[in-house]
Write a protein that binds this ligand. Structure first.
Ligand code: IPM
Ligand code: MG
Length: 359
């Protein structure tokens, strides 16, 4: 029996509730397939600020580094919104990405058949289905570049630096091309090479890497055009490869066109160490503790963990199938509710998915 050590970061708001449901699902997978998942709960985000004065305690970093994988609920909330930048809950995410070297962020935007009505695009536009995988670089660019402030003739000025080195681009490009091989063999590189030097280097490297993938179709879009094209013809896109900053924006847009942010998982991967798995949605403090949150995004994040971190493809597929089966029965949390469907809470949704799991 294989044992997997998972650091869990329930975090703030609805984070703890959706994490509990996800652990139920993982435990059932363990029973069905003969694996053992061991959990070590650690603090990060607002709750860590309250308990220790810092959003990312060193102990959390140490435990995450030693684990096989990290599962995160959500961090943040209005209580901590007025703290200075280096003490905000978001620092925990950025710190973990940096400390764990999580350079590859996979954000699938999938329109589930049962949830077609939630899609805000015209039915004829979404008719072909939406299945986009945004591959976002996560430890470089403006997020981690040199920054500062200085006095100028025009008053105080501030800057952030967008910089990418060849190796940083090469490794994320490979992730995108490798993923495309298992999907529809199409990579769209998104940059701003008509203006930015960093994008010109980025594109040169992507073109270089593409030579090793003659079976993959590669095209390019400037970021401004990309934000238009994915709402004009979302079915055309498969893997979209982009920088940290552009990926932040593009992945929010891609998730919104599926209409159900409560459904979308994500994976953040390094070259070999533990990855971090978390829902795309935030901590939703307005509905926290009321059994209203949709646990599916976190549950599907655990499926990504099984697939990308532990190579447990069958187990991951079992979770995805269970989610699809539950949606087909009409059970819906508030965020994905539509007329004629049956409203359920966070816990019931978790239980229903557990009940549908098959070994
Ligand atoms: C995301 C979030 C983060 C980011 C914030 C909370 C730091 O928006 O994961 O997309 O900008 O990367
Ligand atoms: Mg974002």
């Amino acid at each position: 029996m294989a044992t997997f050590n998972i650091a869990t970061i329930p975090g703030d708001g609805i984070g703890p509730e959706v994490t509990v449901e996800t652990i139920k699902v993982l435990d059932k997978i363990g029973q069905l397939f003969g694996h053992e998942f061991k959990y070590t709960e650690v603090l990060a985000g607002g709750c860590a600020i309250d308990a220790t004065g810092h959003p990312l305690p060193q102990e959390t970093v140490n435990i995450c580094k030693k684990s096989d994988s990290v599962l995160l609920g959500a961090v943040g909330g209005w209580q901590w919104d007025t703290l200075p930048g280096h003490l905000r809950p978001e620092r925990a995410l950025l710190g973990l990405r940096g400390e764990l070297g999580l350079y590859a962020n996979l954000r699938p935007a999938l329109l589930h058949d049962a949830l077609k009505d939630a899609c805000p695009l015209r039915p004829d536009i979404a008719a072909g289905g939406i299945d986009i995988m945004v591959v976002r670089e996560l430890t470089g660019g403006m997020y981690f570049g040199d920054r500062g402030r200085k006095q100028t003739d025009l008053g105080e000025a501030a800057w952030d630096t967008e910089m990418y080195a060849v190796e940083e681009v090469r490794r994320i490009a490979k992730v995108a091309f490798d993923l495309a091989r298992k999907r529809k063999k199409h990579v769209t590189n998104v940059d701003k090479a008509n203006v930015l030097e960093s994008s010109r280097l980025w594109r040169e490297v992507v073109l270089e890497v593409a030579k090793d993938y003659p079976d993959i179709t590669l095209d390019h879009l400037y970021i401004d055009n990309a934000t238009m094209q994915i709402i004009r013809d979302p079915g055309f896109y498969d893997v979209m490869l982009t920088t940290n900053m552009f990926g932040d924006i593009l992945s929010d847009e891609a998730s919104q066109i599926t209409g159900s942010i409560g459904m979308l998982p994500s994976a953040s991967l390094s070259g070999g160490g533990p990855g971090m798995y978390e829902p795309i949605h935030g901590s939703a403090p307005d509905i926290a503790g009321q059994d209203k949150a949709n646990p599916i995004a976190t549950i599907l994040s655990a499926a990504m963990m099984l697939k990308y971190n532990f190579n447990l493809d069958k187990e991951a597929a079992a979770i995805e199938a269970a989610v699809t089966a539950v949606l087909a029965t009409g059970a819906r949390t508030g965020d994905i509710m539509s007329p004629g469907m049956r409203p359920v809470g966070t816990k019931e949704m978790g239980d229903l998915i557990v009940a549908q799991l098959k070994g």
